[in-house]
Design a protein around this ligand. Structure first.
Ligand code: NAD
Ligand code: UDX
Length: 463
C-alpha cells in the first residue's frame, strides 16, 4: 500500500521543515502538521509566508509552494491522526527538570502523550515514526502503550532520526548525507520500513537510505551528535592551549583537518557550542550509560559538556579581566544572540551564559541580532532564574541595528557568526566607541589585521 496521507505531531524546528520538504517533493502525499501551540500553527498559516515561525534560508519558498496544496498546518490533532496512514512524532524531548534523572535524562512526557493519543484515536492500522531524538529502546515503550491501550489495531514503529542542522535545514533535507530508518526485523516491520523508504525515494537516492534495526537507529542519532559535539569541544580545548603557547587554533585546525582521516569540518573554535540538541543528547547518552552501570563510558562523554561549559565561562571571564577587572556599569555590545547564524533559535546559545556572567558583574548589555528580539532574549535570561525579571530588563537593552548597539560601548562581544557582521563599517563603529575600544570575537569571524589597523584591541579565540 502506498502512503498517501501523513500526519506529523509537532510543528517545531524539525516537524515544520521536514514535512514541508516531504510535501514539496511528494505532491501525491497529503501532509498535515499538527501542534497544540495555537500561536505557532497560526504563524505557519500566516498569509504572508515570511511570517512563518521558524527562520531557515529557503524555507518560506518551500512552504509557499506546498501550503494549501498538500501541506496543511492545524491544531486538530485527533482528526489528523485518524486520517493518516503514517504518523511522525516530532515533539520536543528536552532534558528532565524534575524527579529521577533531573538535569540528564530526556523528558519523554510529550512522547508518551502522543503515543496515548494515537492509541486512543486510531481506528485502523498505522505506522508510527519516531522523528524526535529518543533514548535507545524508547520504541519498546511506545509499542507497549500502543498495544495495551489501543483499539486492537496494528502498529508498526519505525525510528527515523533527523540529522538536519539549523540554518541549513532546507539544503540538508534536499540532499541528506543519509536517511536512517530503523524497524522491526519481522516481515511486517520490513514492510513498514519499505513504505517509508518509498516516501524518501521520491527525491533521495536509494543508496543514501540506510535501514537498520530500531535500536541501532535510535542509538546512532545520539552517537552522531556526541561525535559532532566532541569535535567542537576537542578544538575548543586546544584553543586555550594555543592562547598560552603562541600557536593559532585556526592554523592547527587547518593542519589537522587536511588529514583525510580527520577531515576539515566541525573544527571551528568558538565561544562554545549551543543549540537544542548537543548538550541534551550527550546528557541523555551519559544517563543511559550510567543506568547500565557503564561509569567510564558516562564520564568520557560528560567531559564534552564540562569542556563546553568551561569555554563559555572563560570567554566571559576574559572580558572582565581585560576590562581592568570590572565591567560594572560598562556598556558591552553583543553582536548575535542566536546559537549559530541563519537561525532565530536561541536554545542553549552561548550568548545567554556569557550575558548571565556579565550581568552578575553589573554590566549593561546591548544586543543586536538580525533575527532575535527582546522578548526572546528576556525569556532566555529569565529562564536561568539567576536574578529577577526586573533586573534582567534593566541590565539588557536590545538595539535595532549594530551601530546603535555599539554606540558608546566599552567593548564588543561577537557571539554569533552572522555574515553581515563582516560587512560593517568598522571605522564608524570604532569612532563611536569609548577608548580603548575592545572586540572579543567569540567566532573568529572578523579581520584581525583590519580591526587592529583601525585601532581596536582585538582578541579572538585560540590565538
Ligand atoms: P520544538 O520545540 O521546536 O518543536 C516541538 C513541537 O512539539 C512544539 O511546537 C510543541 O508545541 C509540540 N508538541 C509537544 N507535545 C505535543 C503534543 N502532545 N501534541 C502536539 N504537539 C506537541 O522542537 P524541535 O527542535 O523541532 O525538536 C523536536 C525533536 O527533534 C526533538 O526530539 C529534537 O531532539 C529532535 N531534533 C531536533 C533538531 C534541531 O535541530 N532542532 C535536529 C534533529 C532532531
Ligand atoms: C546539530 C547537528 O549538527 C545535526 O546533525 C542534528 O540533527 C541537530 O544538532 P544544530 O545544533 O542545528 O545541529 O547545529 P550545528 O551546526 O551542529 O551547531 C551546533 C553548535 O556548535 C553551534 O552553536 C555552532 O556554532 C557550534 N559549532 C559547530 C562550533 O562551535 N564549531 C564548529 O566547528 C561547528
Amino acid at each position: 500500500m502506498m502512503i498517501t496521507n501523513i500526519c506529523c505531531i509537532g510543528a517545531g524546528y524539525v516537524g515544520g521543515p521536514t514535512m514541508a520538504i516531504i510535501a514539496q517533493k511528494c505532491p501525491h502525499i497529503r501532509v498535515t502538521v499538527v501542534d497544540l501551540n495555537e500561536k505557532r500553527i497560526a504563524a505557519w498559516n500566516d498569509p504572508n509566508v515570511n511570517n512563518i515561525p521558524i527562520y531557515e534560508p529557503g524555507l518560506s519558498d518551500v512552504v509557499a509552494e506546498a501550503r494549501g496544496r498538500n501541506l496543511f498546518f492545524s491544531t486538530e490533532v485527533d482528526k489528523a491522526i485518524d486520517e493518516a496512514q503514517m504518523i511522525f512524532i516530532s515533539v520536543n524531548t528536552p532534558t528532565k527538570t524534575y524527579g529521577v534523572g533531573k538535569g540528564m535524562a530526556a523528558d519523554l512526557k510529550y512522547i508518551e502523550l502522543c503515543a496515548r493519543q494515537i492509541a486512543r484515536v486510531s481506528k485502523n492500522d498505522k505506522i508510527v515514526v519516531e522523528k524526535s531524538t529518543l533514548p535507545v529502546r524508547t520504541a519498546s515503550a511506545i509499542k507497549d502503550i500502543l498495544d495495551n491501550t489501543g483499539n486492537g489495531v496494528n502498529f508498526q514503529i519505525l525510528s527515523n532520526p533527523e540529522f538536519l542542522a539549523e540554518g541549513t535545514a532546507v539544503e540538508d533535507l534536499f540532499a541528506p548525507d543519509r536517511v536512517l530508518i530503523g524497524g522491526d526485523t519481522t516481515p511486517e516491520g520490513q514492510k513498514a520500513i519499505q513504505q517509508l523508504v518509498d516516501v524518501y525515494a521520491n527525491w533521495v537516492p536509494t543508496d543514501k537510505i540506510l535501514t537498520t534495526n530500531v535500536w541501532s537507529s535510535e542509538l546512532s542519532k545520539l552517537t552522531a551528535n556526541a561525535f559532532l559535539a566532541q569535535r567542537v569541544s576537542s578544538i575548543n580545548a586546544l584553543s586555550e592551549l594555543c592562547e598560552k603557547t603562541g600557536a593559532d587554533v585556526n592554523e592547527v585546525a587547518k593542519a589537522i583537518g587536511l588529514d583525510s582521516r580527520i577531515g576539515p569540518k566541525f573544527l571551528k573554535a568558538s565561544v562554545g557550542f549551543g543549540g537544542s540538541c548537543f548538550q541534551k543528547d550527550i546528557l541523555n547518552l551519559v544517563y543511559i550509560a550510567k543506568s547500565y552501570g557503564l561509569n567510564e563510558v558516562a564520564d568520557y562523554w560528560e567531559q564534552v559538556i564540562i569542556m563546553n561549559d568551561h569555554q563559555k565561562r572563560r570567554f566571559a571571564k576574559n572580558i572582565i579581566k581585560t576590562l581592568y577587572n570590572t565591567v560594572s556599569g560598562k556598556k558591552i555590545a553583543f553582536l548575535g544572540w542566536a546559537f549559530k547564524k541563519d537561525t532565530n533559535d536561541t536554545r542553549e546559545s552561548a550568548a545567554i551564559y556569557v550575558a548571565d556572567d556579565l550581568l552578575s558583574e553589573q554590566a549593561n548589555i546591548s544586543v543586536y541580532d538580525p533575527k532575535v528580539g527582546i522578548e526572546q532574549i528576556q525569556f532566555d535570561l529569565n529562564y536561568l532564574e539567576t536574578r529577577s525579571e526586573a533586573e534582567n530588563l534593566k541590565g539588557v537593552q536590545v538595539a535595532t541595528n549594530a551601530y546603535e548597539a555599539c554606540n558608546n560601548a566599552h567593548a564588543i562581544a561577537v557571539l554569533t557568526e552572522w555574515d553581515e557582521f563582516k560587512t560593517y563599517d568598522w571605522q564608524k563603529i570604532y569612532d563611536n566607541m569609548l577608548k580603548p575600544a575592545f572586540v572579543f570575537d567569540g567566532r573568529n569571524l572578523l579581520n584581525k589585521a583590519e580591526l587592529e589597523k583601525i585601532g581596536f584591541v582585538y582578541q579572538a579565540i585560540g590565538s
